[in-house]
Design a protein around this ligand. Structure first.
Ligand SMILES: [Zn+2]
Length: 536
């Protein structure tokens, strides 16, 4: 018997939450072939894992890497964290389907998140079929905002019967092609223009296809409780899996509410709802700048927004509404010092500066500063917003069930994806949990943290053969030194890979990272949902 790879004497943490044990693991033909206390070293490659943890590859259940994978297929900032699978198309934003004549509309709409991606007309099945070879496995979602944009543009109204049927037809195309489900972005136009009833209509379709619903809830700030209730209502009424993504309670008025939110979710689960949540371990969020403004600013699309932002009366109305209840979706911030430019295509020199500092330097009001900045950038400015409480982050990290999702893109320390100052979560989410919160602060045991990155998300996603170290499962493996695996990326200097010279990552049986060096391999596959709902 000869195997492809034997990993020798590692601390095997199987992803179920069970305690780790020292053992060997053998891989063959892309799958886990054997696990035992002392396997023969009969393999083309033997990896000495003495002193290292060996876990299932991390499943990043919440990312926007669809905006970068086609131009950065090696996925460095993710695979170097141990990530082997990314779920993409979140927050209502998917790069397909694109109907004839609608390419520029979608490109403009997504420019704040995907400034470098070439867009093209395509249906969802073509998107899956032609997705390029990349280093990680990918599972795709159909974005509700994208569907609405294709059929209704940025109109603030309910769809007609025909429009709803058109959107549902597009969703079903995607589901038949193998999309894992639908994502919503109810915080920003045009998702914010959809009523809970409209979302129920889509979720009834998801139920018919055994597909899941992933939601960026309607409000993560002052009305976060009501927004969580809306998600739970869908889980209860439709009987589908609901994933509340990047859970947070944003804005100083809402700090401390996370405990209540987790209790609400736990209560729903105990009454039988299939609902999960995930979060990233950082106090700052990231978003296109335009999404901080009241939703009416974006009605009619990018050109209409830019024209509106030129008017003093628009700026006065924005100023009044923000003074009244804080930023859209982010709530009240202590000052404009909490908002920092991260990517500015036309004013790149402003990356890293706060809105407060820029307004001061230009002797203008912050609302004038951000309006002018958006106009200069054609709407594509991107910002970091520090609006989350550290205590709430710890509460989520400690929760045995709240999953880990980076909400980040795979980028790299070179080429076009090295531009600007992205959120450090792009580079640091997983090692930050393992280094800072598990090893340094001992908030939860290593095995439980690994579960929140592997077996937990695999269960939520109904994956049939990933997320556990189990014979017959796919050979997605992360190997790292638990005493030397920490995030190095900071807000000031985000383009830094994690520490750990012995990190090795295997995707579908192929080594992608070996001793912290990328091999150049791109063995990832597109995961598809079967008609019974299982994902493989
Ligand atoms: Zn989101």
């Amino acid at each position: 018997m000869t195997w492809d790879i034997v990993i020798h004497r590692g601390l095997l943490i199987d992803g179920s939450g069970s305690q780790g044990t020292i053992a060997d693991i053998a891989l063959a033909a892309g799958r886990i072939a054997a696990i035992g206390p002392s396997l023969p070293r009969e393999a083309s490659k033997v990896i000495d894992a003495e002193g290292l943890a060996v876990t299932p590859g991390f499943i990043d259940i919440k990312t926007h890497s669809d905006f970068v994978l086609p131009i950065n297929p090696k996925a460095e900032s993710k695979v170097r964290q141990g990530v082997t699978t990314e779920i993409i198309g979140h927050c209502g934003f998917s790069v397909a389907p694109v109907l004839p004549g609608k390419t520029q509309l979608l490109a403009d709409y997504l420019s704040g998140g995907a400034p470098w991606l070439p867009f093209r007309e395509m249906g969802f099945s073509e998107y899956l079929d032609t997705f390029p070879a990349v280093a990680v496995n990918t599972g795709m979602l159909v974005g509700h905002n994208t569907l609405r944009l294709m059929v209704m543009g940025l109109e603030d109204r309910a769809p007609t019967k025909t429009e709803l049927e058109q959107m549902i037809a597009l969703l079903e195309d995607g589901l038949r092609a193998g999309a894992l489900g639908m994502s919503s972005g109810l915080f920003t136009p045009p998702g914010s223009f959809a009523t809970p009833d409209e979302m129920m209509a889509f979720c009834a379709v998801l139920k018919r296809h055994n597909a899941a619903y992933f939601t960026h809830i309607r409000d993560e700030a002052n009305r976060v409780m009501e927004a969580v209730d809306e998600a739970i209502d869908i889980a209860r009424a439709c009987g589908i899996h609901v994933q509340i993504v990047h859970l947070k309670c944003s804005g100083v008025d809402n700090w401390g509410k996370v405990e209540q939110v987790l209790d609400k979710i736990a209560a729903a689960r105990s009454e039988g709802c299939d609902i999960d949540c995930d979060a990233y371990p950082y106090a700052a969020g990231a978003n296109p700048l335009k999404n901080l403004l009241p939703p009416w600013v974006q009605i009619g699309g990018n050109e209409a927004m830019l024209a509106r932002l030129r008017l003093p009366e628009t700026r006065a109305r924005i100023r009044a509404e923000l003074a009244d209840h804080g930023l859209n979706n982010w709530g009240r911030i202590p000052s404009w010092g909490a908002v920092q430019i991260s990517i500015s295509p036309h004013r790149p020199e402003t990356a890293g500066q706060t809105v407060a500092a820029l307004a001061r330097a230009q002797s203008c009001d912050p609302i004038d500063q951000i309006s002018d900045h958006l106009i200069t950038d054609n709407g594509a400015t991107r910002v970091l917003i520090t609006s989350i409480s550290e205590d709430d982050i710890r509460t989520i990290v400690r929760s045995p069930t709240a999953l880990v999702g980076s909400d980040g893109n795979c980028v790299a320390t070179y080429a076009v994806v090295n531009q600007g100052l992205p959120h450090p979560r792009f580079y640091g989410t997983f090692p930050r949990i393992l280094g800072r919160y598990v090893r340094d602060e001992r908030l939860i045991p290593l095995e439980q943290a690994v579960y929140k990155m592997t077996g937990g998300p695999a269960k939520a996603l109904k994956m049939c053969d990933r997320g556990l170290l189990k014979v017959g499962y796919r050979a997605d493996i992360a190997i790292f030194d638990p005493n030397d695996f920490r995030d190095e990326a900071t807000y000031e200097s985000p383009h830094r890979y994690p520490s750990g010279g012995r990190t090795t990552v295997i995707v579908n049986g192929t080594v992608v990272v070996e001793n912290a060096r990328h091999t150049g391999a791109t063995p990832g596959t597109v995961l598809r949902r079967a008609t019974n709902g299982s994902v493989g």
